[in-house]
Design a protein around this ligand. Sequence first.
Ligand code: PLP
Length: 746
Amino acid sequence: MLDGRCQDRSFLRTNIPLWLFWQFFSILMTAWNIWLNNNRWKMGKRDNDLNSFSSRLHTLANNLWWSWNPQAQELFKELSPLVWERTNHNAVEVLKELSRQELVARLHDQDFFQKAANVLEDFESYMEETHTWASEHAPDLKRPVAYFSAEFGLHESLPIYSGGLGILSGDHTKSASDLGIPFIGIGLFYRHGYFQQRIDPSGWQQELYPMNHPEQLPLELVTLEEGGRLLNSVEIGHSTVYLQAWRLRIGRAVLYLLDTNLPENDQHFQGLTGHVYGGDIDTRIGQEIVLGIGGARLLASLGIEPAVYHMNEGHSAFLTLELLRRSLKEGRTPEEARQAVSTRCIFTTHTPVPAGHDRFSSELMVHSLGRFWGETGLSHDELMAHGRVNPDDQGEWFTMTVLALKMSRAANGVSALHGQVSREMWKDLYPSVEVKDVPIGHITNGIHTPGWATQKAHEFWNKRLGVDWTAKLMDAKYWHKIEHNGLATDEELWALRYTLRRELVEFVRTRMREQYLRTGGEGTISADHALSPDVLTICFARRFATYKRAPLIFRSLERIIPILTNPERPVQLVFAGKAHPRDNEGKKFIQRIIETSRHPQLAGRVVFVENYDMNVARHLVSGADVWLNNPRRPLEASGTSGEKVIIHGGLNLSIMDGWWREAFNGTNGWAIGEDHSEPGIEAQDEKDFENLFRTLAEEVVPEFYTRSERGVPTRWIQRIRNSMRTLVPVYSTDRMVGEYVRRYYL
Ligand SMILES: *Cc1c(COP(=O)(O)O)cnc(C)c1O
């Protein structure tokens, strides 16, 4: 060995120049190789990529994951800003617009290519991630949760929702995906969706029903392995109604939308799934048969055996009858069968008034479900008993909520107060227990925060909290950071507020201009002078159900006008919302708001934005300084729109109802009135208006306009910090779905 080393050394000594040259040469070759490889890799990858890129982009466009990832939206927007706008942000339509030639050419733009590559990588690693919240906290949840809902509010380009219930379903699904929960949604594909709203010159709501074309949406027809559509059927009356299903991907979750628009069906039934909550009572029960029974059959035909069936509101409760039918067929006694069904079902109720629950007469039940029921061997009375509080009362109608309660192992309301109201409402179903022991709990609703945060908000928090803030939505400690000036200074928060307020002002002006163009002529004020980015901005946007009392703030115009028009401390109001097509009282509310917006002193200071949808909502919840919520208590079971303002630094001003009753702590927003309600509608309206007026005049307005020498409303910003710190980690669907998992799904 010794010899060898000496030999080595002498070799080196004598050949140093050669050796050096050799080293130098190999370094050169390595560098050359790296360069070459890199380029070859790039070019090879580019060629490969161009082939696979387009298919990867299509996969991305067909998965609504992009709807809560701003960079992905940016990508589609950049490909065609016009189509993106015109189609209400439809990624599938954007890709349809581009020829392959154009796509290939655009990908030769290095910056764009890199952006696209980053987004695709994010998306693909999200889809493949196996280490999730669920893998850690719910490893036993192996089979999927089947979540039934009559509406899903997932994105503005897919208008198959009418309001809060749909938004909640959509947000629930997105969080289930984020948390890694095996999750399958079941809903209906509405060809005409929910209507688009136009306001005519007299201030009256008009309804338009554009078509939803599946080929223009991220929908994929569910087919059989051997080819052809997968068809299921349900019996409605004497007819067999066929159903096809559309598959929609929402991150890692899947949603199936049932559709009766098939040549196999009678004309009449082809339109059954046409409109969200459309038509008469026959349509209603028909849609619910399709959703519940059809949905259960779809799952079976796909070979899916859910861990749990979650009924989001009573619309889908017929699914329990289908499970009951199967259970009876397996030879169980009726009571055994009922128990077997109830161990697999859970139910969330949303409606705090008895009149809001679906009820069907005995005749309608016989007419619609007679044939289906005939197969079970049970009598009509036995069927009706499942939907009656008092099974022996022949006159009592069949109530979907009662069916759902009797057929579930657990049930909940959507806020603490709503849980209480629900226990009171259904106590007769449980005569042997006290009201407080009625088995209806509560899980308070949240929102899918990353999906509601605008791009500006994402950028702001990405920079300050890090891009993983969206994964920390259940971590109260994490959000304590907001308390400190170090993370974001008062000035920076105020700059964010200004940016978002201006975005809203410009959005409203653009919408007004379009409206003027359409209706031919200016309104009382030119669009360019509507609203001001310097003015305290209060937004009120929600369905115009009368209990939400949109015009409450105008109860006394003489008193509110001086507040709104105070030259030192002005206030502006932005309204939006749709009334149900058959709700004339709600439409009158809209008309009153429109009339008020034309009041000579209020023009440009009070505006109504047409066609409230998720896009309008996103602009309003981000631009609002104050989110006004004044329902007639306790009718707002939870409410969620106020939760969407939090991440944008908006503040809530709300009646102590629904979620706000448990969220308000004295410093994170404002309460209108106390934690109780006046008896009597008129008395409540009067009292609530007085409290609203006083809080606005004495607290909200002065605090907004009290500025430091640097122009910042210091106390206001402190309130924003309190709001974010205490509310972000609680009022998200991550927390909510986590609760469903721990308490109900497992
Ligand atoms: C959030 C949202 C709702 C629900 O708002 P509530 O406050 O619960 O009434 C309804 N519609 C749209 C478009 C929304 O974004």
